[in-house]
Write a protein that binds this ligand. Structure first.
Ligand code: FEO
Length: 385
């Protein structure tokens, strides 16, 4: 696949993977993207998961038409991109491996000593291939410390590492934002500040094409993708609506959240998303919590604490610096309900969280009192929107 006259796609689709990074379901597989830049000097950017090393090397061979690459540029060392390094070095022992000081420390830690020549680059430094010049832009902790991007000033191409990536193989026909958002908040969400720094550095580059390490090459309407990244990394609200995340053991808490949804919609709420934390993909639930401005958490009191899936969910939010949202709570407890107190405590150190004044306590099953509380909560959430 040609991206520009001199830049070719040599990556692979992974339709065999069960869990990406050991935890994310990827029903449409994954793509590990790698590119070749053909010039007086030839550069390959990044490798692929080791399970696809042969296919990738064959793609390179076909793209090079008998020539050998002069450089392998490593933008990111996570093994989904680096684990075919040994196979590459064996196939092309003369190629110079290009990385930064942290890249080479990681290569040693993952793969031991490699014999290929090495070129250590600094932030802002450029590498000339002939017509193409690649300028390296360091992006530490987006989402690993060694991450760097490169910008090709000949064709205005940004090789963006994991940034602007998404779940899904390249032959998947699906909406970009849905799986890019789940990918962003799952994998990069904690590092909003670092992504903002990167966007600041990229602001003045005349980017025409973004070549990420996962997902499609982005060639048109780049403002759309950049704006979403701005929203996500600054923890801004993306969509109008309310997200309700709940657990329910015997269906009574579920009835409470369904009633709340009904009341919110009656009062004109544009969108209410209900997520059953025990049954839905946790990464999808986390993505929704960041997408909307109001989050309602509903769970049972359990072992003097909160139900395990809710605990996991809240941890998933707070470890990603969940902030600048309104939170409301529903608890269920047949005796000594304390879930609201416990849930609230998890957000003690979160920034810019507004707690709704109204709260709902269900004592085993909905009754007049709890139904009235749900009505009051719905009214409050719609009042202050
Ligand atoms: Fe796609 Fe962070 O590796």
């Amino acid at each position: 696949m040609k991206i520009t006259e001199d830049i070719l796609y040599v990556g692979v689709n992974d339709r065999e993977i069960d869990l990406f990074e050991g935890q994310y379901v990827v029903p449409e597989g994954m793509a590990y993207n790698s590119y070749v830049i053909l010039d007086e000097k030839i550069a390959v950017t990044d490798t692929v998961d080791a399970r696809f090393a042969d296919e990738w090397l064959s793609n390179i061979k076909n793209a090079l038409d008998g020539k050998s690459p002069d450089y392998l540029i490593i933008h990111h060392m996570e093994p989904d991109h680096s684990s075919s390094l040994a196979a590459f070095c064996e196939a092309y022992p003369e190629a110079v491996i290009v990385g930064n000081a942290k890249t080479f420390a990681m290569i040693k830690a993952f793969f031991g000593d490699i014999k290929n020549p090495k070129l250590t680059v600094k932030d802002g430094e450029s590498l000339g291939l002939g017509r193409h010049w690649l300028t390296f832009v360091f992006a530490p902790m987006v989402h690993w410390p060694e991450v760097m991007l490169s910008f090709d000033s000949a064709d205005n191409v940004l090789f963006s590492a994991d940034a602007f990536g998404k779940f899904g193989a390249l032959d998947a026909e699906e909406d970009w934002a849905c799986e890019a958002r789940r990918y962003y908040f799952g994998i990069v969400g904690k590092y909003g500040v670092q992504v903002q720094t990167l966007l600041g550095k990229a602001k003045d580059l005349p980017i025409d094409i973004i070549c990420p390490l996962h997902g499609p090459i982005l060639k048109e309407n780049l403002g759309y993708y950049l704006d979403l990244y701005k929203t996500w990394s600054s923890y801004d609200v993306e969509s109008d609506g309310v997200c309700i995340a709940y657990t329910s053991v015997y269906g009574n808490t579920k009835k409470a959240v369904e009633l709340l949804k009904e009341k919110l919609l009656e009062k004109g709420c544009k969108k209410v998303v209900l997520n059953d934390l025990a049954r839905e993909d946790m990464a999808e639930c986390i993505e929704d919590a960041f997408r909307y401005g109001t989050l309602v958490l509903a769970t049972t009191t359990y072992n003097g604490d909160i139900f395990p899936f809710m605990k996991q969910f809240i941890d998933g939010l707070t470890e990603r610096f969940y902030q600048s949202r309104r939170l409301a709570f529903i608890e269920n407890g047949s005796w000594g309900p304390m879930a609201i107190k416990k849930m609230k405590a998890h957000f003690e150190n979160s920034k810019n969280i507004i707690f709704a004044d109204s709260a709902v306590t269900v004592r085993s099953a909905l009754d007049e009192t709890s139904i009235a509380q749900i009505e009051a909560l719905a009214a409050e959430l719609m009042d202050k929107r």
